[in-house]
Design a protein around this ligand. Structure first.
Ligand code: HEC
Length: 216
């Protein structure tokens, strides 16, 4: 074969390889899968890391903005390798969040680990695991507050004097516009900087309040 044919073959191979690469960059995970970014991972970063003054779009502490898939995976995450991912290791080391802020729970740390290990994929339109007929305080309401809100509304960091880390705090927040903030019909749509909770989750809170906001 003449040299120029080699060149041609080489070029074609490169084009082929490049187009294969283009097809394999689909990072969307299965919204029915065990871990779904939008449902399971983003709320953790939003509540525990993107609180005002930390890693939100306007503060960008240390250059990290942790408010969307694009920003979260931009640096500090090595897909498939949690132990080489700074965003994971600083949480495990206890360096982040800083002392005054609520820590991540073990379940949250494990979720982030497993999500990175599985390729840190972007799952959107996740299937909801919520059942609005279940709305006891301990099984439904407090876990919901822990997931979406306590990063900014705990005893040590009660934004707008709202602390939803305990029964008395959640109960007190009802008269401070809890439902309006969840429905996004009040002045302050919550969780701040995050997406609105699913209709099912909002209905759980509504049902709990309508049933007397019990400590059950
Ligand atoms: C990233 C931080 C952050 C998260 C997460 C967050 N909040 Fe807030 N929240 C704030 C701040 C800051 C304010 C004060 C108003 C403002 O600046 O928007 C506030 C205000 C409120 C208020 C008072 C609104 C009013 O009209 O006075 C309520 C109620 C509230 N939040 C409930 C919640 C609930 C419930 C969640 C979880 C679903 C939540 N917040 C998640 C930061 C947050």
């Amino acid at each position: 074969m003449k040299l120029k044919h080699f060149g041609y073959l080489f070029f074609t191979t490169l084009v082929l390889l490049a187009s294969m690469q283009a097809c394999s960059h689909d990072t969307y995970s299965d919204p029915n899968g065990p871990i779904c970014f939008e449902r399971d991972i983003l709320p953790i970063f939003n509540s525990k890391c993107a609180s005002s003054g930390c890693h939100d779009a306007s503060s960008r502490a240390e250059g990290y903005v942790l408010d969307s898939y694009k920003h979260i995976t931009k640096s500090g995450i090595s897909k498939g390798r949690p132990n080489s991912s700074e965003l994971y290791t600083i949480i495990v080391d206890g360096e982040m969040p800083p002392k005054r802020s609520p820590k991540l729970t073990n379940d949250e740390v494990n979720l982030i680990h497993d999500w990175i290990a599985a390729g840190a994929k972007n799952g959107i339109n996740c299937v909801s695991r919520c059942d609005s007929s279940q709305f006891t305080f301990s099984k439904s309401i407090l876990p919901l507050m822990n997931k979406y809100c306590v990063g900014c509304h705990s005893a040590s960091n009660p934004s707008a004097a709202v602390d939803v880390s305990s029964y008395s705090g959640v109960k007190a927040s009802i008269s401070k516009g809890l439902m309006k903030s969840l429905d996004h019909t009040g002045y302050y749509p919550m969780p701040k900087g995050g997406s609105k909770l699913s209709d099912c989750e909002i209905n759980q809170v509504k049902n709990w309040i309508n049933a007397g906001a019990l400590n059950n």
